[in-house]
Design a protein around this ligand. Structure first.
Ligand code: NAD
Length: 499
């Protein structure tokens, strides 16, 4: 059986006595085992990081950027192999895995421009002979804890910016699909990154707690479910660390009566069912405004759902593949049971779906509910599967309130031809990332990503300038050079002002 070990200081390291199974979601069989590390494993990565980080921080930003350029070229050269690795553990189809890697690379592209971004600010003559400048310095050693659903993109969101800004970075990927993150470590090394600047430690809660308790780790970036995000932010802050923790989601798409419904249906099919709904920016709730819009939308959705092709992740014609584990399949199906018990109308039932020839695979059929109400638990909670819920709203204000009142506030979309409605919606909705006729409004790499409410704890987003802010500390220097050097200007007993 293949064993996936840690990647520390440029080497594969076996450390830890516990293991966890990695499944092939297409067949349901165990295909590998990952070694779950402990505090001693983490210590090895921290020792390597401590040794490497000062030299890396002192490497000029242009040279650091060159490593990013080289890494990007290496990943691009083997993107098809990487996508195969990713799909084989996650279950998403190959084209979607390439997209996962490409979105990560776009953050690496942003990091190629890090010298420009780190130039700092300067004021000449802020007072007599006084200049002020600010610089951004790395936090030191940072850690990233990532979810199963984007095993390439999310590690690259964090590692790219953390490393480009001069930190050492320790990644703790999901124990469900860790092979690709370990491969990223090897590629960083090939790109010229000094050993110890990027390490991967595998593990579960024990490793996460070791990270949160380690005194040498200054910053922790987390992406995963909300209860864990809340735990990590509370414990991390209590231990004096800088923390950003992105959580779960339940994104709504509001459909106004004037929307192009054929386009909306095409958008919804991809956004609700793509990647089997295992995306934090999926669109699992659609809110048609007015009964007529709802009825027309439902009529158009039915054939689109019937046409969806579910297949193994290597099937080039499949729209989506299996979900990640049997436990996750059971969880999704239990939410469908719950929706039925709560009185929602089950229009398309994806429970009990099997793919011929792959009966052991973790497949879930597309599911559509209508007449879902805000009081239902199956609406309030994240399902994270190929389940679309229709929640009907009487008018624009009711739809806006529905999106704004939900406990999650990651993404939201409005579909309309009315510029005023779109503008009002974007300004007033209580959600962090808004799409106008864009179903999955994930900001590009040079903007920042992050939701509101229970979708994010901490107020600094991933990548873009907020990512740079997270992984660096601002230092402001006020210098005085009076005529003839630093002379005696006497004592000042009141606070200096610019008056
Ligand atoms: P998860 O919370 O189960 O796991 C995420 C990470 O936390 C993993 O590395 C895991 O090992 C660790 N972990 C799990 N349980 C833990 C515990 N009790 N204590 C400490 N650490 C623990 O999430 P997942 O199932 O891997 O990923 C899916 C979730 O991630 C969904 O809720 C999804 O919405 C969310 N997500 C959010 C974003 C975002 O940016 N907001 C992006 C992607 C995924």
């Amino acid at each position: 059986m293949r064993i996936i070990d840690h990647y520390i200081a440029g080497q594969s390291v076996a450390s830890g006595t516990r293991h966890s199974d990695i499944f092939d979601p297409n067949s349901g069989k165990v295909q590998a085992r990952v070694t779950l590390g402990d505090a001693a494993t983490l210590d090895q990565a921290v020792v390597a990081a401590r040794a490497a980080q000062p030299g890396w921080a002192a490497t000029n930003p242009q040279r650091r950027a060159r490593v990013m350029f080289a890494f990007k070229a290496l990943v691009e050269a083997e993107i098809d192999d990487l996508a195969r690795i990713l799909s084989s553990e996650h279950g998403k189809v190959l084209a979607d895995s390439r997209g996962d890697i490409q979105r990560g690379l776009e953050v690496i592209e942003f990091c190629c421009g890090i010298p420009h971004v780190l130039k700092g600010e300067f004021t000449h003559g802020a007072g007599p002979g006084i200049d002020i400048w600010s610089m951004r310095q790395p936090v030191g050693i940072g850690a990233g804890i990532t979810p199963f659903n984007f095993p390439a993109m999310i590690p690259m969101w964090m590692a790219g910016v953390a490393i480009a800004t001069g930190n050492a970075f320790i990644l703790k990927p999901s124990e469900r699909d860790p092979t690709l993150p370990v491969r990223l470590g090897e590629l960083f090394r090939q790109a010229g990154l000094p050993d110890g600047v990027f390490s991967v430690v595998n593990g579960d809660k024990e490793m996460v707690d070791a990270i949160l308790d380690h005194p040498d780790i200054a910053a922790v970036s987390f992406v995963g479910s909300s209860d864990v995000a809340h735990y990590i932010s509370s414990k991390g802050w209590a231990n004096g660390k800088r923390v950003q923790a992105m959580g779960g989601a339940k994104n709504h798409g509001v459909v106004m009566p004037d929307a192009d419904l054929d386009q909306v249906v095409r958008d919804l099919a991809g956004a609700a069912f793509g990647s089997a709904g295992e995306r934090c920016m999926a669109l699992p709730v659609v809110v048609p405004v007015g009964a007529d819009t709802a009825d027309r939308l439902r009529d158009k959705l039915l054939p689109a759902i019937a046409a969806l092709r579910i297949g193994v992740s290597t099937d080039p014609d499949a729209d989506y593949g299996p979900v990640v584990t049997a436990a996750h399949k059971a969880r999704i199906e239990s939410y469908i049971d719950m929706g039925v018990a709560e009185g929602a109308e089950l229009v398309v039932d994806g429970r009990g779906f099997t793919l011929q020839g792959h009966e052991g695979g973790f497949f879930v059929g597309p599911t559509l509910f209508d007449q879902v109400t805000p009081a239902m638990q199956s609406y309030r909670e994240e399902i994270f599967g190929p389940v679309l819920q229709i929640v009907r709203a009487d008018d624009f204000e009711a739809a806006l309130k529905l999106c704004s009142d939900h406990q999650y506030g990651n993404g939201v979309a409005i579909f309309t031809r009315n510029g005023h409605a779109a503008r009002e919606f974007a300004a007033r909705v209580n959600v962090g990332m808004v799409g106008v006729n864009v179903p999955i409004p994930v900001p590009v790499a040079y903007h920042s990503f992050g939701g509101w409410k229970r979708s994010a704890f901490g107020d600094i987003g991933q990548h873009g300038m907020e990512g740079v802010q997270f992984w660096t500390k601002r230092k402001t220097v006020t210098g005085r050079w009076p005529d003839g050097g630093v002379g005696d200007t006497g004592s000042a007993f009141v606070i200096p002002t610019m008056a």
